[in-house]
Design a protein around this ligand. Structure first.
Ligand SMILES: Nc1ncnc2c1ncn2[C@@H]1O[C@H](COP(=O)(O)OP(=O)(O)OP(=O)(O)O)[C@@H](O)[C@H]1O
Length: 731
């Protein structure tokens, strides 16, 4: 009972609230009611005027006031022409009819017939009277060459297109043509009522199709200042299909900014910040790797807080144009701080890089504290070093070079000693898996083999080589982001020379502490570079000359005190062969400091011979009891055995995973699960003894460590690959 009493008032209130309301207002609800109401009101006025004998001038005045008021209000509301004419027409018609009835009589058949015809006409034409805002001409930004009429047409086109495709009435306020003329920005204001930028972005594909944009072009929507202001970036020319010349700009920059080396298809600049991230560039012969490394060398050379070192095992093609300006005496400082054209010099360079990184860790603690940062603060006084390695595949075939490269990549990030490596393929036989995994900026250049994309970026990313446009184009992924197609700048030898001349004067010197840490190997590099590259240039000039792909034999010159890069003539002599070997099972970090001679080198006499030159790479006696005598590596086959395709693809399929269920692995390899053991077991790769949990499923599978260990054994020739496994996937 009490419950009933409590609930009744609430129920009654609700009923009252939800009961249909009767609308007594005289506001018209559509064209018919508006016409009928208007006609009745006018008839009433006619009768009242007749009965009260109103002066006809009252009718004239009412019509005039209504007409003028309509025009003024229409201008204020920015009404377009059609509704304005309709409304003015209605006022003139009504005013004339009333004036006539006041002047004669309302009680005549033709008078009522005229009212009926007028009301019918206004009802039929009422759609014309609907209020629509006049289309404003978008402003043209000064300096854009497009004529106003074209810009206005683009703006009104896009207003209509967005209305048509997205059912959103936007207002175009501006159109700006890109300086590259490869597209334009349309500045829009979204209507109120909850329409968001994403609403338009979701229909971007449909809008691009509606706009009939060329293949490879599209539209994207970005913020324009606040949530209702949007910029539609419309790309009308596919930059991938054009050769883009290097923009000759040698103004100083910082390595803390992105190094820019090309353009995306929509003309946005492609770049990456390489202060901490290393880079891997892969592509078949002639795909444009060296050109891209030249772009990167120029971009890095422009950084006033950065030094470029080249490790060029590709016959000097990358380095020679940079060194020539110095060899020819056009500049007194070499634009490239250190260049190594062969593996021996490369080992000196990488060992020095490792020593510098280790030394910086200790010697710049105070500086980091002063800057309140754990990351070494680079500056023109303390520059970053980036070692650009052309033809990394040759580097990793030398196990010492491979170990040094891997070690430097592992330890050099914080201390600003970085690496950029190019390789013919991104597969583990040419780029060690860990090296690829440690690389933040990955680039795969165009080639006919789709698999390369999977090896480089991972599988099933929805990208394909046919999205590219041949030499000089590729995919780039920064920090694991979805790979995007881009085109690298095409840089010519004369442009490299111009850049080299500018950079020779711009680049900093290595900081004193790092130079001292690197020791004589660094101090005497320029003499060796002069001798080696001059010899290579002679070889190139000599038509009968036979240039060794691995570079000429290493040559050293007598150190002449601290190196200044000056062009003093030097006596060339053969560098004593470095006496170090890879320690069995040890990382390069465990090695003794390779660049420190056993004894501090005595200052050699200027007229000394090569015999007087200290052995730069002699191992010191280490506290761990290792003697200074060379430590020999376990015997390895002279030529590394190639990995079978099944192992390469298995490593790639693992991606970042440590363990993988057999079912998943088989699916990624395009195999039946039952076929896996037949291909992997003969290579010593077996499933883990116990099931493990991945994505909520408890199943058996493989460990990446086992696959990598097997790959190592195959490399060393310890495992014979059965023919049916070697033949896969053809078999
Ligand atoms: N960005 C580019 N735009 C236009 N053409 C390019 C571009 N990059 C390279 N090319 C063309 O491709 C040719 C080969 O380029 P490059 O020498 O850089 O390739 P690569 O991959 O380093 O070859 P290799 O491995 O044989 O040294 C160049 O001579 C040039 O004609």
């Amino acid at each position: 009972m009490s419950t009933t009493t409590r609930t009744r008032p609430r129920t009654a209130r609700n009923r009252a609230a939800h009961a249909p309301r009767v609308d007594w207002s005289l506001v018209p609800r559509g064209p018919v009611s508006a016409t009928v109401q208007g006609a009745l009101a006018l008839a009433a006025l006619g009768v009242v005027g007749d009965v009260t004998h109103l002066d006809p001038l009252v009718g004239v005045a009412a019509g005039t006031v209504g007409t003028v008021g309509t025009v003024v209000a229409g201008a204020h509301r920015d009404l377009s022409t059609a509704p304005l004419l309709y409304r003015v027409g209605c006022w003139i018609g009504a005013g004339s009819w009333w004036t006539y009835t006041l002047a004669t009589t309302v009680w005549a058949q033709p008078v009522w017939a005229a009212l009926g015809v007028g009301a019918l006409a206004s009802g039929v034409l009422s759609p014309l009277g609907r209020a629509t805002a006049r289309r404003r001409t978008p402003a043209v930004v000064p300096g854009t060459a497009l004529v106003t009429r074209n810009v206005a047409a683009i703006g009104t086109d896009w207003e209509a297109r967005i209305q048509r495709v997205c059912s959103v009435r936007v207002e175009v306020t501006n159109v700006i043509v890109w300086p590259t003329r490869a597209g334009y920005d349309v500045h829009l204001t979204l209507p109120g009522g909850g329409v968001t930028r994403k609403h338009l972005q979701d229909r971007a594909e449909a809008l691009a199709t509606d706009a009939c944009l060329p293949e490879g072009c599209g539209v994207e929507f970005v913020g324009g200042g606040n949530r209702r202001l949007v910029i539609a970036r419309v790309n009308t020319v596919n930059r991938l299909s054009q050769v883009i010349a290097y923009p000759a700009d040698h103004s100083p920059r910082s390595v803390l900014e992105p190094v820019v080396f090309g353009e995306y298809s929509n003309s946005d600049l492609v770049g990456a910040v390489v202060r901490e991230e290393s880079m891997l560039v892969s592509g078949k012969r002639g795909s444009g790797k060296t050109t891209l490394l030249q772009d990167i060398s120029v971009a890095l050379g422009r950084c006033a807080d950065h030094l470029v070192w080249h490790l060029d095992l590709n016959g000097g093609g990358l380095t020679q144009p940079w060194i020539d300006v110095w060899l020819d005496g056009k500049v007194t400082r070499c634009p490239i701080d250190w260049a190594a054209p062969n593996a021996e010099e490369g080992k000196l360079m990488l060992a020095s890089g490792i020593t510098i990184a280790k030394h910086r860790k200790a010697s710049y603690r105070k500086l980091k504290r002063a800057h309140d940062t754990s990351l070494l603060p680079v500056s023109p006084q303390l520059p970053q070093i980036t070692i650009v390695v052309d033809e990394g595949a040759q580097a990793v075939q030398d196990r010492q070079l491979e170990a040094l490269l891997g070690e430097l990549q592992n330890i050099g990030r914080n201390e600003a000693v970085n690496v950029i490596i190019s390789s013919l393929r991104p597969t583990s036989d040419l780029v060690p898996t860990n090296m690829r995994r440690q690389t933040g900026v990955r680039i795969q250049m165009y080639g006919p083999d789709e698999d390369e994309l999977g090896h480089m970026f991972g599988w099933h990313l929805g990208i394909a080589m046919d999205q590219l446009a041949g030499k000089g184009t590729g995919f780039i992924s920064v920090d694991g982001a979805q790979p995007r197609p881009f085109r690298a700048y095409n840089i010519t030898p004369s442009q490299i020379e111009a850049a080299a001349l500018a950079i020779a004067g711009l680049r900093p010197d290595l900081d004193e502490a790092s130079a001292q840490a690197a020791g004589p190997a660094y101090a005497t590099r320029l003499e060796r570079m002069r001798a080696v590259f001059a010899a290579m240039a002679d070889d190139f000039d000599d038509e009968d000359g036979d240039v060794d792909g691995g570079g000429p034999a290493p040559v050293a010159c007598l150190p002449s005190g601290p190196s200044t890069g000056s062009a003093a003539p030097v006596a060339a002599a053969v560098v004593p062969r470095p006496r170090f070997e890879v320690l069995s099972g040890g990382a390069a970090a465990d090695w003794p400091d390779l660049t420190t001679p056993a004894q501090p080198p005595a200052a050699p006499a200027a007229t000394g011979t090569a015999a007087d030159w200290p052995d730069l790479m002699a191992l010191p006696t280490t506290p761990s009891g290792l003697s200074g005598a060379p430590v020999t590596a376990p015997s390895a086959p002279a030529v590394e055995q190639p990995l079978p395709e099944i192992v390469r693809r298995t490593i790639a399929a693992f991606g970042a995973a440590e363990r993988m269920h057999s079912e998943t692995l088989a699916a990624l390899l395009g195999l039946e699960q039952a076929d896996l053991p037949g291909l992997l077991a003969p290579l010593g790769i077996r499933p883990l003894p116990r099931a493990f949990l991945v994505s909520g499923k408890h199943k058996r599978g493989y460990a990446l460590a086992d696959v990598l260990a097997a790959a190592d054994r195959i490399h060393r020739g310890e495992v014979q690959v059965p023919p049916q496994v070697a033949a896969w996937p053809a078999a």
